[in-house]
Design a protein around this ligand. Structure first.
Ligand code: 26Y
Length: 803
């Protein structure tokens, strides 16, 4: 968009003054940021309006991405960039002697998600808009985001994340589009005079769903889509029924906090309320919007695609059925045809404990009408399946099983498409986790390997690298990521390799300064920066990383002249508050950090930095500075991973097991350009099946390993309570569920190869360049194009305009 610096400066001053009634010179960073954000939002608003109108006018098919989590990250920089205004804004502010970077840091980072699944949803929003596709997000406006993590004495402490404190300039409260969501009470069906069975409700709890809309700005294509987040309120007309603040709590708490767990399913009533609240409001508003299209209801699937991001929004299936039957008076068969063609489902995890199953009694009581519909879906499913496939398959795949509603089964049965998020993961779904369904509906299954938006994760997070690539291959890769492969042509170009090394060093210096500032630790920017950033979970094996560091430490102590390349081990990870073991791992890493970072024998050879409160904003600082990307989950456990892609795109070399998307990274960049170690998923399956694994044998037979494990309990690591014992126990006495000891030797070996390669900076840079140049296939733009072609059947509206 066209705005001159002069115009911007004038409008910014006005904006500030109209908001705060004093001059910008007196503003705090938060105030200045708010004024700037609102001004940018003003610039966005006409495109936002026009995009919406265009979709309606052309009767464009819309995708609705239903997700309990979104992690958009800070939006000022990315919105200004996508609008093409970033340079103007920076220049204008510097004329006013203000620093854009400083103001941008004042923005709260909305932590409305736990991890990968939530960040993926936001990368997808960015790509949908940038491809000019009509894609909307639908989620919850949690008043408190994922807890703010602090370390006290090395222990994780959780603080509330009040991200709305200084207001949120990007959102628009949309009171015209509220919906009513009903919970509980009694429901019965009665025939009306047209012979329709219609439900009657009594004693329901009615909750008003208020949408807050946030613009999702496409990259220089005038497209602005919508992210709609719902907030729960008391219906105005019922306010008089509430006499005390306490009585209003059950309503307000629905959208108060995000569940901070991404692995342990807890059958909590409040979570089910959240899920239905978001689903019901979302589906109601879709159907309302659909009416503007003036096409028959049977054509809903031609105009609407609803995507179910993991099972959390799977109640979309019965809710859409409810609306079509109870409110639109369609027959069951008509409604089912529409629902099934409209819905599609992505699975993001094979962890048993993360697969949602709700007690039937709970569902019945909280959502009586929805339960009736689920029961009917289940009955019809069983009726159809039993004669064709027999007892075993039918009962294994039923929605209602042993007193619970199996949400994955509901999602698969109610969707025309089911996908995993990396090739291996999809294979595992088809051959293991959902294998009976694969027999019933092979045509539904497909793979969609995850992707990331290069705009946020390269262009914006790593401007110096972006400049270097532009210099060498021109700017086409920004719109057509596949062009990045042209960069491969520079793998032997000395000048390029030197510049690439310089860029990395600059990024490392910046991170080193930040480490000094927030952790008080001095690190050498020339050391190798080794990064593991992701949720803390035993299957991701941060403790394998820990054991290797401890091993190195012991070797250095035994021989201070040992030839180790100086390394900084960098961690960022939150543990679910109730995940005791994960928190113990955090504590041990922190205590080891205290030991290692202050040991004069060690010096710069080894430093450990565990950042607090890992999230999108921290990731943007860490990733451009990484040399090594740790992707060391037990093979078969990590569905895809996405930090692996972000790190690769920024030139880190991957150190990985053959798990999730690591396999595809290896295939694209070539085996010689990353470090692979450990069991394959096939070997993991075999080991589990033949039950032959004896962790204690490894402990007893490998002296180096024994040495390391013993150091957990010997008092070597200071200030531990029982955390060292807990780790030792789980690994040695409880037979090491995630085969950490089994993979230890090959991990150490791979780490030594990392050292050797780092000594040859030229060769390192060459491999780094090849990684960058091979990262294009992991652009979320391509991932979204595949969802659009294969699942949603939507096209770019920008292309359409151009005819
Ligand atoms: C039901 C509740 C316990 C629950 C809450 C959140 C269950 C799962 C989750 C989140 C899962 C998640 O983030 N999965 C990650 O999705 C990424 C995007 O597909 C993958 O890259 C990553 O491997 C996977 O762990």
């Amino acid at each position: 968009m066209e705005v001159t610096v002069k115009q911007f400066v004038k409008e910014f001053k006005q904006q500030f003054q109209s908001m705060y009634a004093y001059s910008y010179e007196e503003g705090s960073n938060e105030q200045l940021y708010n004024a700037l954000g609102l001004l940018v939002k003003n610039y966005i608003s006409s495109y936002w309006k026009e995009t919406r109108e265009k979709y309606i006018k052309n009767s464009v098919k819309q995708v609705y991405y239903f997700s309990m989590e979104f992690l958009p990250g800070r939006q000022l920089r990315s919105n200004a960039y996508n609008l093409g205004l970033l340079d103007v804004v920076k220049e204008g502010l510097s004329e006013l002697e203000l620093s854009f970077d400083q103001l941008a840091e004042a923005e709260a980072d909305p932590a409305l998600g736990n991890g990968g699944l939530g960040r993926l949803a936001s990368c997808f929003m960015d790509s949908l808009a940038s491809l000019g596709m009509a894609g909307n997000g639908n989620g919850i406006r949690y008043q408190y985001g994922l807890f703010r993590q602090k370390f006290v004495d090395g222990y994780q402490v959780e603080l509330p994340e009040n991200w709305l404190r200084y207001r949120n300039v990007w959102e628009t409260r949309n009171d015209k589009s509220t919906c009513m969501v009903r919970f509980g009470g009694n429901v019965w069906l009665e025939e009306n005079h047209q012979g329709h069975l219609v439900p009657h409700y009594e004693n329901t709890l009615n909750v008003l769903a208020v949408p807050y809309d946030t613009p999702m700005v496409g990259y220089r294509n005038d497209t602005v889509n919508n992210l709609r987040l719902w907030s729960a309120e008391i219906p105005v007309e019922e306010e008089a029924n509430y006499h005390t603040i306490e009585e209003t709590e059950p309503i307000k708490e629905i959208t108060q906090v995000l569940y901070p767990d991404d692995s342990n399913y807890e059958g909590r009533l409040l979570r089910l309320k959240q899920e239905y609240f978001m689903v019901s409001a979302g589906v109601q508003s879709i159907i309302r919007h659909f009416r503007k299209y003036n096409v028959p209801r049977k054509n809903i699937p031609d105009k609407v695609a609803i995507h179910i991001n993991d099972t959390h929004p799977a109640l979309v299936v019965p809710e859409l059925m409810r609306i079509l039957i109870d409110e639109e008076h369609l027959s069951w068969e008509q409604a089912w045809e529409i629902t099934f063609k409209t819905c599609s489902y992505t699975n993001h995890t094979i962890l048993r404990e993360a697969l949602e199953k709700w007690p039937i009694d709970m569902m019945k009581e909280l959502l009586p009408r929805i339960y009736m519909i689920i029961e009917e879906i289940n009955n019809r499913f069983v009726e159809n399946t039993l004669p064709l496939y027999g007892e075993r398959i039918t009962w294994q795949t039923a929605i209602l099983q042993n007193g619970v509603v199996n949400m994955a089964h509901l999602a698969v049965i109610g969707s025309h498409s089911v996908n995993g998020v990396a090739k291996l993961h999809t294979d595992i779904l088809m051959n293991d986790v959902l294998k009976d369904f694969f027999e019933l509906y092979p045509e539904r299954f497909n793979n969609k390997t995850n992707g990331i938006t290069q705009r946020r994760w390269v262009h914006l997070a790593n401007p110096e690298l972006t400049k270097l690539i532009d210099e060498k291959i021109g700017e086409n890769w920004k719109l057509t990521p596949s062009e990045l492969k042209v960069f491969k042509g520079f793998e032997k170009d000395k000048d390029t390799l030197n510049k690439l090394t310089d860029v990395k060093l600059k990024n490392k210096k910046r991170l080193a300064d930040y480490i000094k500032e927030v952790k008080g630790i001095t690190v050498d920017p020339n050391a190798l920066f080794d990064v593991q950033i992701k949720r803390l979970h035993a299957y991701k094996r941060q403790h394998l990383n820990l054991l290797h560091i401890l091993h190195r430490y012991l070797e250095i102590k035994a021989d201070p002249s040992a030839d180790y390349v100086p390394r900084v081990f960098i961690f960022g990870a939150k543990a679910a508050p109730s995940y005791h073991y994960a928190k113990q791992i955090i504590k041990v890493i922190n205590s080891l950090a205290d030991l290692v970072n202050n040991d004069p024998d060690v010096g710069d050879k080894l430093k450990i930095v565990f950042f607090e409160n890992y999230g999108v904003s921290l990731a943007e600082k860490i990733i451009p500075a990484a040399d090594i990307s740790e992707q060391i989950s037990l093979a078969s456990m990590e569905a895809s991973g996405t930090s692996n892609m972000k790190l690769m795109a920024n030139g880190a070399l991957t150190l990985a097991t053959l798990d999730g998307a690591n396999i595809e990274i290896k295939d694209f960049v070539g085996e010689e350009n990353l470090f692979v170690f450990g069991l394959s998923s096939k070997e993991v399956y075999e080991l589990k099946a033949n039950q032959s694994y004896q962790a204690r044998e490894l402990y007893e037979s490998n002296p180096k390993l024994k040495n390391v494990l013993d150091a957990l309990t010997s008092g070597t690591i200071p200030n531990l309570q029982d955390e060292g014992y807990a780790l030792f126990d789980s690994l040695v006495n409880f037979n090491d569920e995630y085969f950490v000891l089994k993979d230890f030797a090959s991990y150490v070996e791979a780490q030594n190869k990392v050292d050797d390669l780092y000594k040859d900076q030229n060769e390192w840079a060459r491999k780094s360049l090849l990684n960058i140049a091979s990262s294009a296939p992991f652009s979320a733009d391509y991932t979204i194009q595949r969802y659009a072609d294969d699942i949603w059947k939507v096209r770019s509206c920008v292309e359409e305009d151009e005819g």
